[in-house]
Design a protein around this ligand. Structure first.
Ligand code: URA
Length: 465
């Protein structure tokens, strides 16, 4: 077997790895130093992987830890994952909402990645909350309260933990095969029957164009099928941040607002669309309209918010904070970004907003950096809004005032204001429904390089906000 240097060189020169080589890399992740692993990741970003390589990598990463058997847990067992966005706090709302409606949400989540935020970091805004659940705790909690959100760990998809932390800080996130393997390895290890992937597109997404996002959705569906999993994919908007809050504790506050029946319209709408797809795919409701009504009821009657309380408490957090969000981490320093001119907000570049939030302390610059959970940005105007010169566009929050100038400069560049009105973009662009999964698990054929074909069953949806 070739060593890691040979494998880096092979990938750098555009050669395809064998299944045995991929297995060797995954099995030896703990022993390969960061600098060599980073070089290999960069070679994959630049040279890509075939669909076979991606399938082998996904499969091996899923099996790097325990594969959960949820057969004793009440169904339908569902899971959802986003490819990464800015202000994307959907999981904080969606997980308790679908659990309150009778599905079981068995979710393995990630931390912040590149300029995007992560569900686990956000949940750690609740003092005492822990996400490193042992597999048996995860299963028991699902049986008890129908919802659990765990991080990958030394027992669950550990290979993803090793690669994810490095990709976060080495510019090696934007790669369809690496994103596919990272997400699907967690989803497959976590054992849900229904998997919904929210593939983001736009400036703040890892796949900036709709075509690239559709290609990623198609790849994940095909790899999922080869590994015996049926996957529903949605391609959704991430040109501007979702909702108004970008950070950690402030995103939790916005999620609490939404679970209380208020919250920003785009966040609420996306949660209702994704929730309906999950309830439908899980067989809880056959009719999408009835599924939506049921989800709306869970927001109106407080059952979804109560479910979040059960989740926080079960995982060691202080659920009393749900009634009093002022107890969440609060920033010491703040500053307003003011509009230099009047007009209509044409663009809010989500990538720049995410990077500015990281400048304030909400994201990591180096592996293992602690986060300032209070840091972030609140958007006071969104795309299409009319603003006057001098009107506040955003509020910046941080525990460290020295961070404000750099973040302010970056955030200012995120906004474009012009004279003509613009319509906000459609929130959901396409839905790729699941196809019947094959009876057998992974195929082991060779060849068949990844041709990046868009999924063929994409459905256009009307715009919404
Ligand atoms: N979320 C993940 O878990 N992994 C990625 O690579 C991107 C988003």
């Amino acid at each position: 077997m070739a060593g890691i240097v040979d494998l880096i060189v092979a990938k750098r020169d555009g050669r395809q790895h064998t299944e045995a080589e991929i297995a060797w890399i995954v099995d030896n992740l703990a022993a390969i130093p960061d600098y060599q692993l980073s070089a290999w990741l960069m070679a994959v970003v630049c040279r890509g992987m075939s669909e076979d390589e991606t399938t082998w990598l996904t499969d091996r990463m899923a099996r790097s830890g325990e594969m959960l058997d949820l057969s004793g847990v009440p169904g339908p067992r569902v899971d959802k994952h986003s490819t990464g966005g800015v202000g994307d706090k959907v999981s904080l709302v969606l997980a308790p909402m679908v659990a309150a409606c009778g599905a079981t949400m068995a979710k393995l989540s990630g931390r912040g990645l590149g300029h995007t935020g992560g569900t686990i970091d956000k949940l750690e805004s609740f003092a005492g909350f822990h996400a490193d659940l042992a597999p048996e705790q995860f299963r028991d909690q699902l049986s008890d309260i129908r919802v659990a959100i765990a991080s990958q760990s030394s027992r669950l998809a550990p290979a993803d933990g090793r690669l994810y932390a490095l990709r976060d800080v080495t510019g090696t996130v934007e790669s369809a095969p690496l994103i596919c393997a990272s997400i699907l390895s967690k989803k497959i290890a976590a054992g849900a029957d229904v998997i919904l992937l929210d593939v983001k597109t736009g400036a703040g997404a890892f796949m900036p164009t709709e075509e690239a996002a559709a290609e990623l959705a198609g790849l994940m569906q095909r790899v999922g099928r080869r590994l015996g999993r049926n996957i529903v994919c949605v391609v959704s908007e991430m040109g501007q941040p979702l909702g108004r809050a970008v950070g950690n504790a402030i995103e939790v506050e916005e999620a609490l607002e939404t679970l209380s029946g208020r919250g920003p319209a785009d966040l609420r709408e996306l949660c209702l669309i994704l929730g309906s797809l999950l309830l439908e795919a899980g067989g809880v409701e056959q009719d999408p309209e009835r599924a939506r009504e049921r989800l709306e009821r869970s927001l109106a009657d407080g059952s979804a918010l109560a479910k979040l309380g059960e989740l926080i408490e079960a995982q060691g957090g202080d659920a009393g904070w749900l009634d009093d969000p002022t107890r969440l981490p609060h920033a010491r320093a703040s500053e307003l970004l003011l509009a230099r001119q009047g007009g209509f907000v044409q663009v809010i570049d989500a990538r720049l907003v995410g990077a500015a939030a990281a400048d304030l302390g909400a994201g990591r610059q180096q592996k293992g950096d602690p986060l300032d959970l209070s840091a972030g940005i609140v958007l006071l105007a969104k795309m299409g809004d009319r603003v006057e010169a001098g009107q506040p566009l955003a509020r910046l929050l941080t525990g460290d005032p020295d961070r404000l100038p750099v973040a302010l400069g970056r955030l200012e560049a995120a906004f474009q204001i012009g004279p003509s009105p613009v319509a906000p973009p459609a929130l959901v662009k396409r839905v790729f429904k699941a196809q019947a999964a094959p009876e057998t698990a992974p195929t082991r054929d060779h060849g068949d390089p990844w041709t990046a074909l868009p999924g063929r069953q994409g459905l256009e949806l009307p715009g919404n906000r």
